[in-house]
Design a protein around this ligand. Structure first.
Ligand code: ADP
Length: 276
């Protein structure tokens, strides 16, 4: 009888555990569904805004043949700007979902961080060649251990952080890029600017999708609000972390991320030292 009761209790406990797991799973699925719906709503809104502007411009151009050439040009430029914004948005959105769904094939290799920084600096300078940029100082020391990451994605992260620093810093300001080597496992890259800064309570939210301080209606900087979310996913891809630091409004910002040191090389250095 004791054995039978013990068995019954055992079965009941297993059932209770299975039920609790099922409830957990249900809650997770509901949360996932809520996230998906939010995402669809936000993306829809972000796309609808520029699309409406394009439609209004084209309708005016089509319905007012006597429109002055100046106004016609303004309408065309506005429509083109918003079409470009939609293109960037769709491209960033696809990149982000590719990274989030784990569909990226990482090409992790030993990389010279110095070369990646130089490449991203020239990409950023080429992209902003029409505008006067703040002074950008490359303070990355020449002698650094190789890092272990995907080169293309690493250049992408550096370029996005530098792009943001350029966008939110006036021409008179300054941007620096530095690397510190205080851990045997990783290097820490810092992109710092003397620009408009970030409020302490926003230091985490800036990495959320579509977060833009100026709000959806005032996209003065032309960004998509997805850049930092993409950076976070990329850095996670090589097992690093990324975070922001700022003393607040108008006190500049610093973005730091870690990147693993290429271990074979560390081991080689150690064994060389042993041989000596
Ligand atoms: P965006 O396309 O708007 O630049 P991001 O995801 O790259 O999107 O950045 C999100 C928001 O974080 C920006 O709109 C801005 O409000 C804030 N931000 C990012 N970088 C900086 C910076 N260097 N200085 C001040 N604010 C920044």
């Amino acid at each position: 009888l004791v054995n039978a009761i013990a068995t019954q209790i055992g079965v009941a406990l297993i059932q209770a555990e299975a039920y609790a797991n099922l409830q957990d799973l249900n809650e997770q699925l509901e949360a996932l569904d809520r996230t998906r719906s939010n995402l669809v709503a936000i993306t829809g809104h972000e796309l609808r805004t520029p699309l409406s502007t394009i439609q209004v411009c084209l309708e005016s151009l089509a319905s007012e043949p006597d429109m002055s050439p100046e106004l016609r040009q303004v309408m065309l430029n506005t429509a083109l700007q918003d079409a470009e914004r939609m293109r960037k948005l769709v491209q960033d959105f696809l990149t982000l979902s590719q990274l989030e769904s784990g569909r990226v094939e990482w090409n992790i290799e030993a990389l010279d961080l110095h070369e990646c920084v130089e490449l991203s600096l020239s990409n950023v300078r080429a992209r902003h060649k029409e505008t006067k940029l703040p002074n950008i100082e490359n303070l990355v020391m020449e002698e650094l251990p190789l890092v272990k990451a995907d080169g293309e994605w690493l250049v992408e992260v550096l370029a996005k952080l530098l792009d943001n620093a350029c966008k939110f810093t006036s021409e008179e300001g300054k941007i620096t890029i530095e690397v510190s080597c205080n851990s045997p496992h990783h290097l820490e890259v810092t992109v710092a600017d003397t620009g408009r800064g970030i409020e302490p309570k926003r230091l985490e939210t800036v990495f959320d999708r579509f977060y833009q301080e100026e709000g959806a209606l005032r996209r003065s900087t032309g960004g998509t609000g997805l850049g930092l979310a993409i950076c976070r996913q990329i850095v996670r891809g090589w097992g690093g972390k990324i975070w922001a630091e700022s003393q607040g409004k108008d006190h500049g910002s610093k973005f730091h991320f870690t990147i693993p040191i290429y271990i074979d090389q560390v081991q080689n250095q150690r064994s060389n030292q042993n041989i000596v």
